[in-house]
Design a protein around this ligand. Structure first.
Ligand code: FES
Ligand code: FES
Length: 178
């Protein structure tokens, strides 16, 4: 039996976390109890991710963890060690808007914008899994988000428009290669 005592972290002790943020390896320090949302914003300076309720209800803090939408306020920063994290900043890597963001712009799907980063990340994940959704499916997905401004209708229209354009582009590409 080992005589080495178990290691116990002291209060306030920091540990290193290294992750891949929007395709770039980034490192920082945090306490083991620190939320991923706070780590991204305060340690890594990725302030595109917003924090609203801090208990998993509003969806403002949604990011992708290994490609899947998660609440960063319900995830510890240490759980992201060695993982891939994508945030709203990664949707527009070349300072241009991605097609989903362009659809939001066309349909005026944001007003104050506080909820928008999280909604975009959920929509991006959703459209990967459900590329040709119905309006009901989009509304069901959006039920995990709170938006105080838009009334949701323009957001639904933007998601459906983005899906339709992607489908049209795929069909055109397939026809060109036929
Ligand atoms: S801040 Fe995370 S769900 Fe509201
Ligand atoms: S645009 Fe203001 S909360 Fe959604």
């Amino acid at each position: 039996m080992s005589k080495t005592p178990p290691y116990v972290m002291r209060h306030g002790e920091q540990c290193a976390v290294t992750l891949t943020l929007n395709g770039r390896e980034r490192s920082g320090y945090c306490e083991t109890r620190e939320l991923l949302s706070d780590f991204l914003r305060h340690e890594l300076g990725a302030t595109g991710t917003h924090v609203g309720c801090e208990h998993g209800v509003c969806g403002a803090c949604t990011v992708h963890l290994d490609g899947v939408a998660v609440r960063s306020c319900l995830t510890l920063a240490v759980q992201a060690e060695g993982r891939r994290i994508d945030t709203v900043e990664g949707l527009a890597p070349a300072q241009t808007l991605g097609d989903l963001q362009q659809a939001f712009s066309r349909h005026h799907a944001l007003q104050c914008g506080f909820c928008t980063a999280g909604i975009l990340m959920s929509c991006a994940d959703f459209l990967q899994r459900v590329p040709d959704p119905t309006q009901e499916q989009v509304r069901d997905m959006l039920s995990g988000h709170i938006c105080r401004c838009t009334g949701y209708t323009p957001i639904v229209a933007a998601v459906l428009d983005c899906a339709a354009r992607r489908k049209q582009q795929c069909e055109s590409a397939e026809a060109a290669h036929a």
